[in-house]
Design a protein around this ligand. Structure first.
Ligand code: NAD
Ligand code: UDP
Length: 341
């Protein structure tokens, strides 16, 4: 059992990872500033884990706050989720993205260095690969992000590689996520985007529950089996369990490693729509729209390295993903704060 600091702990992936780490017997300290999450998440986590969450409301860019947190809690490892993640917004607000995603990361690393904590799990993304040179993407695929958000993730990787090169005690797990979707099977926590969802699954969920009239499918003329975009959708609890495996590996004798966290197969937008209709028993109205600028036609993971190194693989398929998403959405039609978007 170790003490794990989660930054971005009340966010979508952070909250699910919190549950998984507790279930695996770890102690968790959560940090978040609620810039993209709701305090109500903490009540849900208390109910799900059976104990009051240890939580600090702080900004990871605030070195003084980080220092207080490390002194107070004696942290063994950090899982760093806190970041901004909207691709479109990242082009409009690049400086805010670099400050939070790169500057915030550096602040966390400096606090770790000052307090003798050397185990770091980083939320990277498949977006670091960019235009596919080959598919599926392996971890050795060239890195060439196509947007500011992706650049912040690649820079984050570089910061951590340089830190690890300077100090043999530093160990980093670089986790490159594919498309995290779904919700905890209880339906008590899930993805709750502010405003109009940018991503497919929460948009589909909001159409199913009646918050939005229809889905716009961005492009039906791609060179894919049904013409719509193909992605590797991974259940957020599989992803959360991947983090537990990564933490355990780092605290064991694994050195620094980089792995894709995906399922190893791709699904189209229409596959997702049909699976959601089955799970919810409701029709999902959609219309075809022009391609979204910057979207790739198709990509998915080679997930074999994570299986080899971490003995982890995704277990939940698209039907489970949609059933769990629908449980969350139908129990919480307006999300955590019950405020209409
Ligand atoms: P999220 O927005 O739901 O969670 C991020 C959390 O970090 C939020 O609760 C937000 O309030 C918090 N936060 C942001 N800046 C902060 C700061 N300066 N100080 C304290 N807290 C701060 O996002 P998520 O989907 O859970 O993503 C978590 C991580 O995974 C991010 O780093 C993201 O880039 C990465 N990632 C996400 C996806 C995805 O599709 N969701 C894919 C690949 C990688
Ligand atoms: N997509 C869509 N309509 C939407 C949102 C997304 O058709 O309202 C498509 C998008 O073009 C892509 C897939 O769904 O093919 C996944 O998009 P998402 O934004 O969820 O993830 P990402 O583009 O980051 O892989």
């Amino acid at each position: 059992m170790a003490k794990i600091l989660l930054t971005g702990a009340t966010g979508y992936i952070g909250s699910h990872t919190w549950v998984a780490l507790k279930a695996a017997g770890h102690d968790v300290v959560g940090v978040d500033n609620f810039s993209n999450s709701a305090p109500e998440v903490l009540n849900r986590l208390a109910a799900l884990t059976g104990s009051a969450p240890t939580f600090e409301n702080a900004d990871i860019c605030d070195a003084g706050a980080l220092k207080r947190i490390f002194v107070r809690h004696g942290v063994d490892a950090v899982v760093h989720f806190a970041a901004f993640k909207a691709v479109g917004e990242s082009a409009a607000k690049p400086l805010e993205y670099y400050r939070n995603n790169v500057g915030g990361l550096v602040a966390v690393c400096q606090a770790m260095q000052q307090h003798g904590c050397r185990h770091f799990v980083f939320s990277s993304s498949a977006t670091v690969y960019g235009e596919p040179v080959f598919l599926p993407y392996t971890e050795a695929h060239p890195l060439s992000p196509m947007n500011v958000y992706g650049q912040t993730k690649l820079m984050g990787e570089q910061v951590l590689r340089d830190w690890a090169a300077s100090d043999a005690a530093v160990r980093v797990a670089f986790l490159r996520y594919f498309n995290p979707v779904g919700a905890h099977e209880s339906g008590q926590i899930g993805e709750d985007p502010r405003g109009v969802p940018n991503n497919l699954m929460p948009f589909v969920a909001q159409v199913a529950v009646g918050r939005r009239p229809h889905l716009s499918i961005f492009g039906n003329d791609y060179e894919t089996p049904d013409g719509t975009g193909v992605r590797d959708y991974i259940h957020v609890m599989d992803l959360a369990e991947g983090h537990v495996a990564a933490v355990d590996a780092l605290l064991g004798d694994a050195g620094t490693f980089t792995v894709n966290l995906g399922t190893g197969s791709g699904q189209s937008v229409l596959d997702v729509v049909k699976a959601y209709e089955r799970a919810s028993g409701r029709p999902i109205a959609y219309q075809f729209s022009p391609r979204r600028p910057g979207d790739l036609p198709a990509y998915w993971a080679d997930a074999s390295l994570a299986k080899q190194l971490l003995h982890w693989e995704a277990r939940r398929g698209l039907d489970t993903i949609c059933a769990d998403s629908w449980r969350w959405q139908s129990l919480n039609p307006q999300g955590f704060e019950a405020t209409p978007a």
